[in-house]
Design a protein around this ligand. Structure first.
Ligand SMILES: [Zn+2]
Length: 199
């Protein structure tokens, strides 16, 4: 009965300092107080049965700097995503194809890769692919990515002409060319949700 009583007040939306409204929910699965910052900008706190709302609130205050950082990061990502979807509307197909093909050729030369046929088209689910015959298929929307992300995708597909999977060997080769490959790869993922947008 005691544990039940503790959480009668949950779920609750409470203003915590400068963080604004935060949703606290009771969770039977959470082993500790768990804060999640949603892409929509909302902050949700899962409170395990044995913790009190007061403790959860104090925990949130102790993590205030971290939460603010996450919120800022998400706002920035959202801004970039918005800009990307604006740019899609004015994409020049010929210019875009040209840009991608030229850069691919440059990177292949520079790093010693060769490929067979290149197809550039509007794909809705992925940035690129490499067939068993080393034919590359690239997404026209790559032209809208920041240059370093475009390069990363191109090198990613070029490496597939030698290594077909994403195992340790693949990453080793990718990180040799781009030491920050893993971080850049995470950045690309935030644009992937925009691939379905029509041209
Ligand atoms: Zn791949």
């Amino acid at each position: 009965m005691r544990t039940l009583k503790k959480h009668q007040e949950l779920p609750a939306v409470i203003n915590v300092d400068s963080l604004g409204p935060i949703t606290f929910v009771s969770s039977s699965r959470a082993r500790r107080i768990n804060i999640s910052v949603k892409t929509s900008g909302g902050v949700r706190v899962a409170v395990p049965k044995r913790a009190t709302l007061k403790e959860a609130r104090q925990f949130v205050l102790s993590k205030q700097t971290w939460i603010e950082k996450q919120l800022t990061r998400l706002t920035r990502i959202q801004d970039e995503a918005n800009k990307f979807s604006e740019k899609i509307k004015e994409l020049d197909i010929d210019k875009a194809s040209n840009k991608i093909a030229t850069r691919l050729h440059e990177l292949a030369q520079e790093h010693g890769f060769s490929y067979n046929k290149l197809t550039i088209r509007n794909q809705k689910t992925r940035w690129g692919s490499c067939s068993a015959k080393n034919n590359l298929s690239l997404n026209i929307k790559l032209a809208l990515l920041p240059d370093e992300l475009l390069d990363l995708v191109l090198i990613h597909e070029l490496i597939h002409t030698k290594i077909r999977n994403h195992g340790p060997e693949f990453w080793q080769m990718l990180e040799k060319i781009y030491p920050l490959a893993r971080e850049l790869d995470r950045q690309i993922n935030k644009y992937s949700g925009l691939l379905h947008l029509p041209l």
